[in-house]
Ligand binder design. Structure first.
Ligand code: SF4
Length: 381
């Protein structure tokens, strides 16, 4: 399929853009139509957080992420998604997603796991990072109970996926660590029915809670924001080391498929020395076969005075990552571009051709290059 001759609307549609937050199951829908599958929330059910310590003075210490919030009665954590109510730590967004829609799996982005598959995306409000350039700030930088939400229990979420013949559930847009309890409970139910779980996360989380989700998950798309702790602290409100530890934990202790995403923000994290350090770390710790995506920044939230990432900058980042030894390096959020395709590392044949989130052709033969038969790393079926 060629993109030439498409008008703008058709072009955006071909890329997978243009869906709304009330767009469910592949059709443009009103909120009321979306509610036919997921009931609009009228109450705020909550569930206890699995990892916290309660103190005699009624405060709680959260053990989910390295922020280690200590909260008095009524206080909400930095993620906006957990609250101390009467000396018990509760998950605010549990069972109340603000996004329930169908997406191509490429939207995470993830390129080596079931290309072209559709997934039921479920997201709740909140995030334990505060990136100044947050690309989904309307949901991620809000308390889950202050958004328009649905009531959707884990069992109902899995039933909705099955009803619409979707065998993947994805958690993305906001931060799944902010709704870890809900994501985990959905994943447990999904596992029983053979539905796969994919997770898009910034991985600022302690290893144990992460592993409790990973035990039931199949793939992770992890945003590694940069390779400079100062950048993490000043721009993202987090720290680098715990993220690296979480990524290594997933690599060493699970069998989940991993892809790494770096969103390149002009003047903030676009120095090629930093890109090189990041790519060399991925190569050394995760191996040459782990895909690395360089995503284009779009000016949003608090960094609206910056331009979009220049395409040559993303191309330079790809070149640097290949020099570091990585075999599968991508650009993301730009299309058309040759670096959105998957190539055979041996004969350089295009094995998966993409236009944005759309698969134009998948030439893999049982996970191998159709020309030289070299296996391409990934989960293809
Ligand atoms: S998960 Fe939320 S409440 Fe818990 S420590 Fe992190 S930011 Fe604080």
């Amino acid at each position: 399929m060629s993109h030439e001759g498409l008008n703008r609307r058709a072009f955006l549609s071909a890329l997978g853009y243009g869906v709304t937050r009330a767009c469910l199951l592949g059709k443009r829908a009103t909120w009321a139509q979306a509610a036919a599958v997921a009931t609009p929330a009228t109450s705020k059910p909550t569930r206890r957080v699995d990892h916290f310590e309660a103190f005699p003075d009624g405060s709680v210490a959260c053990g989910v992420c390295p922020h280690a919030c200590v909260l008095h009665d009524g206080e909400v954590g930095r993620c906006r998604a957990r609250i101390n109510r009467g000396g018990v730590h509760y998950a605010l967004g549990y069972g109340n997603p603000c996004i329930v829609q169908v997406d191509p799996i490429e939207k995470l982005p993830i390129n080596h796991f079931r290309p072209g598959a559709r997934m039921l995306t479920i997201s709740c409000g909140g995030c334990n990072l505060g990136c100044l350039y947050c690309q989904n700030w309307q949901q991620a930088q809000e308390r889950p109970d202050q958004l328009k939400t649905f009531e959707l229990s884990p069992r109902e979420a899995v039933a909705a996926a099955r009803k619409h013949k979707l065998d993947i559930i994805g958690f993305t847009y906001t931060e799944p660590i902010a709704f870890l309890e809900y994501a985990r409970d959905i994943a447990v139910q999904a596992k029983e029915t053979g539905i796969k779980i994919v997770v898009g996360t910034s991985a600022f989380v302690h290893p144990e809670p992460l592993l409790e989700l990973a035990r039931y998950a199949d793939a992770f798309a992890i945003t590694l924001k940069g390779f400079d702790d100062g950048f993490y602290q000043e721009v993202c409100g987090a720290r680098l080391d715990p993220v690296l530890t979480a990524i290594k934990t997933l690599h060493e202790r699970t069998r989940c498929w991993l892809e790494i995403i770096n969103l390149v923000v002009p003047t903030y994290n676009d120095r090629m020395e930093d890109v090189s350090a990041l790519a060399r770390w991925v190569h050394a710790e995760l191996g040459k076969d782990v895909p690395l995506h360089f995503a284009r920044f779009v000016p949003l939230y608090k960094l609206t005075d910056l331009p979009r990432t220049a395409v040559p900058t993303l191309e330079s980042a790809c070149a640097v990552a290949r020099e570091a030894g990585l075999r599968h390096v991508y650009t993301s959020n730009i299309a058309p571009h040759r670096d959105t395709n998957t190539y055979c590392d041996g004969c350089k044949t295009v094995v998966v051709e993409r236009l944005g989130f759309k698969i134009l052709s998948n030439n893999l033969r049982h996970g191998r290059c159709p020309i030289c038969r070299r296996p391409i790393p990934g989960v293809w079926a």
